[in-house]
Design a protein. Structure first.
Lengths: 112, 116
């Protein structure tokens, strides 16, 4: 059983489109995250949810909107996609903040 | 704010030898955690090892050990008996307090190549 799953694994789309990435964890964790990994492999936190509440919201354009319908799911919706949004997006979860995080397989987003 | 520095962008090691990946950090927190992750070419992020700031003994997990030197603010990863499958990017991370929660800060990574 996959602990943290993301769909889709690959996403190719055109500038200006709106897309969503879904994330689910079956570990019973209370905290979930979205990270962006750029072409230089640098990992940057975007959002963090604890018990469905947004606790960390980094300097991310308003075009990015996370939604957590329950503790096991954290989806990421992106409006008006831009070329600079091309990256790998990772979902992760942890028992609580400060504990080791378990990552999903990543979603490679390519904006053309 | 917390900061993680990995000064080795790339390293080579001969198969079956040990290798040390460097990680230094900066934090004003009294309590924090240090983590190492592996990212193979397939892309997934794999949690390897954790060290708490109050742990007196260095953490070990199989062939991985964390050389924790608190006074020097370093948390180096030691991989013993390297295997070809150890070739990957390795990231060091620190958890730091932000209001009532903790936040992870990742280093820029070290690319390890294990030579046969």
């Amino acid at each position: 059983d996959t602990a943290v799953s993301q769909t889709p694994k690959y996403l190719v789309t055109q500038m200006g489109n709106d897309k969503s990435i879904k994330c689910e964890q079956n570990l019973g964790h209370d905290t979930m995250y979205w990270y962006k990994q750029d072409s230089k492999k640098f990992l940057k936190i975007m959002f963090s949810y604890n018990n469905k509440e947004l606790i960390i919201n980094e300097t991310v354009p308003n075009r990015f909107s996370p939604k957590s319908p329950d503790k096991a799911h954290l989806n990421l919706h992106i409006n008006s996609l831009e070329l600079g949004d091309s990256a790998v997006y990772f979902c992760a979860s942890s028992q609580d903040t400060g504990y080791e995080q378990y990552f999903g397989p990543g979603t490679r987003l390519t904006v053309t | 704010a917390q900061k993680i520095t990995q000064t080795q962008p790339g390293m080579f090691v001969q198969e079956k030898e040990a290798v040390t990946l460097d990680c230094t950090y900066d934090t004003s927190d009294q309590s924090y955690g240090l983590f190492w992750y592996k990212q193979p070419s397939s892309g997934e992020m794999i949690f390897l090892i954790y060290q708490g700031s109050y742990d007196e003994q260095n953490a070990t997990e199989g062939r991985y050990s964390l050389n924790f030197q608190k006074a020097r603010k370093s948390a180096n990863l030691v991989i013993s008996a390297s295997q070809l499958g150890d070739s990957a990017m390795y990231f060091c991370a620190i958890s730091g307090q932000v209001y009532n929660f903790n936040k992870f800060y990742f280093g820029s990574g070290t690319k390890l190549n294990v030579k046969p």
